[in-house]
Design a protein around this ligand. Structure first.
Ligand code: GLV
Length: 479
């Protein structure tokens, strides 16, 4: 009876509270709930944080208050807040092939482990008795204020996780003003995502294909979509030795998945009229149930009506042309001029792990580098991104922003990367898991959790602004 009474009281209390999250009046109302008092503290967003004030508030206080207030009404978060439980829950939801593609890495996956181990070796050393009541998580990047030093990494083939795929990411990021990097291997064309994003920041990730007209077309489309930057991924000129995918003999692109930027491109569609390049391997063709199912998947994935696609050779041709043109292994530093001459957008090089390459990026007029080993998907035994970061930061000396991805699993990781000199980090697999579990809402929740944990870590470490985070806040753990 008492429980029912509490439930009814909570039902009356919670909706207006939750609906008002972000409004500072909420603090006063929630403070009346003894069970929630511990979740609250005086927290006044600083006026220098226009992004966080105008979009969904994601500071630690608001996020915690919302979670606990909803709990009074018996509602649990949509996605687990613990990154390991998040992955476990997503694994149970995804097909074995989809999970393998997302979670997998190269070889025995020691690079994935190294990325995490590098974060774990860095320990945060908090300072106390500092007034941290007024904080901001905002950072400036390429002239934009971001709610936190966080971007969404480009991740391909999101249709494996959820039917809304990239569109769910576009909507969720736009609600918070977190930049989305459109994947070259997206499941939804960039124009469709851009149309759902208002003025929220977006970049485009480019795989440099064998056809420079196609490269130029992708860049033109990115400009027309309002992208601020092109991210050239340099570490995937060939797909890594992905043991999980190999064991399942599964590559989504061969089923027409993850090639929506191509099938929506005028240059690529014109290529379909010609003969596809010869495949790297020929296997004796046998019609089996599996090959028919793959053909149906290609047909479904191709734009246009299913019946018309079934009659056309375009779906199979698109896969063949994609495989033949996807990437160039003979790309060199000189090729960057082609891009520089074609666009005024910022250009960042992704996959930089050596300080000399970072210096060359500066010398070649690049606007930023992303320290990355592609989430451990490319080379087994590769250096961890976080371990590579300090030498690159020292080499670049603040001339261009240095970003990082690989192993970022929560707000405390964001703090550590920033302490080691990253301007911002890219989050990858966690958002795919959130997408698999709860679509757009799941990603929004994940981002709010990331920002909340970053805000808490900042304040509990005795700091008030990402600009105050330095290596002084870290101690390397003794092994
Ligand atoms: C492609 O970007 C991949 O990592 O699979």
């Amino acid at each position: 009876m008492q429980a029912l009474g509490q439930h009814l009281a909570a039902r009356r209390l919670v909706p207006p509270l939750v609906g008002l999250v972000g409004d500072l009046a909420l603090d006063q109302q929630l403070r009346e709930l003894p069970a929630l008092r511990f979740a609250l503290e005086r927290h006044t967003p600083r006026p220098c944080n226009p992004v966080a004030r105008t979009r969904i508030a994601s500071g630690a206080v608001q996020r915690q208050a919302e979670v606990y207030a909803r709990g009074v009404a018996g509602t649990k978060p949509l996605i687990p807040t613990d990154p390991r439980r998040l992955e476990d829950a997503a694994r149970a939801r995804l097909t074995p092939e989809a999970y393998a593609y997302v979670a997998g890495g190269a070889g025995s996956e020691t690079t994935i482990d190294a990325n995490r181990a590098a974060f774990e070796r860095q320990r945060i050393v908090p300072r106390v008795l500092r007034d941290v009541s007024a904080r901001t998580t905002s950072v400036e990047l390429f002239g934009r204020m971001l709610p936190a030093p966080i971007l969404m990494a480009p991740v391909g083939v999101l249709e494996l996780a959820h039917r809304d795929a990239d569109l769910a990411v576009a909507r969720a990021t736009a609600a918070l003003g977190v930049p989305m990097i459109f994947s070259n291997q997206a499941s939804v064309p960039m124009e469709t995502c851009a149309a759902a994003m208002g003025s929220s920041p977006r970049w485009f990730q480019l795989y440099w294909s064998k056809n420079n007209d196609l490269v130029a077309s992708f860049v033109r489309r990115a400009e027309a979509c309002g992208c601020d930057a092109i991210v050239v991924t340099l570490d995937t000129t060939m797909l890594g030795w992905r043991t999980r995918d190999l064991d399942l003999a599964y590559l989504p692109f061969l089923r027409g998945k993850g090639i929506a930027q191509y099938t929506s491109d005028p240059v690529f569609r014109a290529m379909l009229a010609g003969e596809p390049p010869a495949p790297a391997a020929t296997v004796k063709r046998r019609v089996t149930l599996h090959s028919l199912s793959a053909l149906l998947q290609m047909t479904r994935a191709y734009p246009g009506g299913f019946v018309a696609n079934l009659r056309s050779k375009a779906p199979l041709g698109a896969v063949q042309h994609f495989v033949g043109t996807y990437s160039r292994t003979n790309l060199t530093w000189e090729d960057l001029r082609f891009l520089r001459e074609r666009t005024k957008l910022k250009i960042l090089l992704k996959g930089i792990l050596h300080p000399d390459d970072a210096r060359r990026a500066v010398d070649h007029g690049m606007d930023g580098v992303i320290v990355s080993n592609h989430g451990g998907r490319q080379i087994d035994g590769e250096i961890a991104s976080l371990d590579a970061l300090p030498a690159i930061v020292a080499e670049v000396q603040g001339r261009i922003p240095v970003l990082l991805d690989g192993g970022v699993r929560g707000g405390a990781d964001v703090f550590k990367a920033v302490a080691l000199g990253a301007h911002a980090v890219l989050v990858g697999r966690p958002y795919v898991y959130a997408l698999a579990l709860a679509g757009e809402d799941g990603i929004r929740e994940l981002l709010r959790n990331f920002i909340a944990e970053f805000d808490l870590t900042l304040g509990l470490a005795g700091l008030r602004d990402p600009r105050e985070i330095t290596t002084e806040a870290l101690a390397a753990a003794r092994s």
